[in-house]
Design a protein around this ligand. Structure first.
Ligand code: ZN
Length: 408
């Protein structure tokens, strides 16, 4: 069996899956809007919504095709072996990774430029200056480069000294990395945004009262300067243990009433009370362990490297194979499970807001969120099952109203 042929076939399969998802999503844009969310868009904004989604769908398509073709060329014409400097394992792994990650970041930046500076700009979402855009991309590229090369080098060090024992040890390392990332995420976010404690006043009093009533402690309620990038609004829960933080976008505070914000906050508090961040980390761990397993198999299978034009094993290329070819084949399965669990957690968090007496405000708050974000109100059920971390809005409102009815 030639591993290059197998690799390209697998790569084509996951590319076809991506195209399938995009086609399903594109077709669903003509679905009728459910009754209970029909008041979100008026005729004009609905037209804007459809145009917006058509343009992003087209860009999605172009971006997947370009990405597919570029990697295909890299594999078919044995371009990556040219970056294998030979001799030192660490150096030749790093050279391949630097080339691939830089190429990937440049491609990503080009399309992200189209999404934010062209499409979002045209539809009035974008508030990002060119300076912020470039700074974001450079920071993202550097962080990725440092993390990937460091993990690859650790893998080389352990595998070269311990062999197959690495499977267990490196899995533990990756689990520690997952927890460290979740724990540190409120601090990491500061690389990209400014966070300020929510200022004193009616809103802060309401939110603090809600936290106290539930006996829940967070490190801080923070406001993020999301408006420096776009007009989209949101709120989220981050961190673990002592780093737990509830973050409100400044755009959310601009567009909602204090009661609506409190309702959204009660939803986020629901996530906190149910330890959803902690529960979600199990899927991330499962994914990390799979990556370690695949990396181990890829490194052990010596015949792969000559098939792809390398003289011998290259640890950087092994990581590229895992991330570009092997993981994407399994990703739909992870996404199916992770998104189903996440949607369940969303219903549960909504229920918490209803139990706090904020059902009605949550409905109106979520409608504003949907409008601010030009959300898809009638996505295809296939798309929802395979990729949606949140249930469609009409389903959430149905559940919220049902629970409000039960309480009365
Ligand atoms: Zn949520």
């Amino acid at each position: 069996m030639n591993f290059k042929v197998l690799g390209i076939v697998l790569y084509a399969v996951s590319f076809l899956y991506t195209l399938f998802l995009q086609a399903v999503s594109y077709r669903s844009k003509n679905n009728p809007i459910p009754e209970n969310v029909r008041d979100i868009y008026d005729a004009e904004s609905y037209k804007k919504w459809q145009d917006y989604h058509r343009e992003t769908a087209l860009t999605d398509l172009v971006s997947s095709v370009v990405g597919f073709v570029i990697y295909l060329l890299l594999f078919v014409f044995d371009i990556l072996p040219a970056f294998d400097v030979g001799g030192n394992l660490y150096l030749s792994a790093a050279c391949v990774l630097i080339f691939v990650l830089t190429l990937d970041s440049v491609m990503g930046a080009v399309f992200s430029y189209v999404y934010s500076m062209k499409i979002d700009e045209k539809y009035g979402f974008n508030r990002m200056t060119m300076k912020t855009f470039i700074a974001d991309k450079i920071k993202g590229w550097l962080i990725q480069l440092v993390i990937m090369i460091a993990l690859d080098w650790l893998f080389i060090l352990l595998y070269e000294s311990m062999g197959d024992m690495i499977l267990l040890l490196f899995s533990c390392v990756m689990i520690a990395v997952v927890f460290a990332i979740i724990f540190l995420s409120p601090y990491f976010s500061k690389i990209f945004n400014k966070f300020t404690p929510l200022e004193d006043g009616e809103l802060r009093d309401k939110l603090t009262a809600l936290l106290e009533k539930n006996g829940y402690k967070v490190r801080e309620i923070q406001v993020m300067d999301a408006s420096k990038r776009s007009s989209r609004s949101n709120a989220y829960f981050a961190g673990l243990g002592r780093s737990k933080t509830i973050v409100l976008y400044d755009t959310l505070i601009e567009s909602m009433t204090p009661d609506e914000i409190t309702a959204v906050f009660a939803h986020e508090l629901g996530h906190g009370l149910h330890k959803d961040t902690f529960k979600n980390s199990f899927i991330a761990i499962l994914q990390m362990v799979t990556i370690v397993l695949l990396a181990w198999l890829t490194v052990r299978t010596e015949a792969i490297y000559p098939d792809f034009g390398f003289e011998g094993r290259n640890y950087g290329f092994a990581l590229v194979l895992v991330m570009v070819i092997e993981m994407p084949v399994l990703l739909p399965l992870f996404s199916l499970i992770a998104s189903a669990l996440s949607r369940r957690a969303e219903y549960r968090a909504d229920r918490h807001a209803v139990n706090e007496g904020y059902g009605r405000e949550l409905v109106s708050g979520l409608k504003k969120l949907a409008k601010d974000n030009l959300s898809d109100l009638s996505p295809s059920p296939i798309e929802v099952a395979l990729t949606y971390s949140h249930p469609p809005l009409s389903k959430r409102i149905e559940a919220i109203e049902r629970e409000m009815g039960e309480k009365e």
